[in-house]
Design a protein around this ligand. Sequence first.
Ligand SMILES: [Zn+2]
Length: 97
Amino acid sequence: MRPDERHQPAPRQDVTYWCRNDHRVDIRIAADVEPPPLWDCPRCGLPAGRDAENPPGRVRAEPYKSHLAYVKERRTAEEGEALLAEALAALRRRRGE
Ligand SMILES: [Zn+2]
């Protein structure tokens, strides 16, 4: 019996990506397609790369600093808290609370 070529599954390749939250993303694409260098992690939305040891985004060694962190650097903690309270009050006013 000859296999019916129309029903042969196209050859596939499994490609694994890693995001910087250590989420593993396995995708399966056509074997003749070059895997894209990046894939959006379905769990956290961050771009995931092929290199588990060096996922995209990790190169940014500088941790994200919030506005408050900058404020705290320039001011004392008390002043920072006052500013935060002020900001929260403004936010509540805007929300109509
Ligand atoms: Zn992720």
